[in-house]
Design a protein around this ligand. Sequence first.
Ligand SMILES: [Zn+2]
Length: 103
Amino acid sequence: MLHRLLSRVEAGRFGRALAGLQAGWQWECEVRRADRVEGLVLYGGKRYRVAIEQRGARCVARCGCDDAVARGVLCKHIAFAAMAELAAAAAARSAHRQLEELG
Ligand SMILES: [Zn+2]
């Protein structure tokens, strides 16, 4: 769901989300299910609520920023949230493998 969503993000916004990752933007995840992810993107005193949801074959994402609300696009906050969730999942898989190797 998240990979497919990221592939639909316009290149400039994708780049700004990557820059946010480098700059230490925070992702505070509140809901983490197979079909739904929701939480807050935090940086520089700003906060944006992002929700990403699988509805049948469609993946729908929302954010409270002007870019997403007024233009109806996948904004940099949505892209950042998807990246942060993918990174968290990859880290969890890696930690699991390391435990298996130790055991
Ligand atoms: Zn946004």
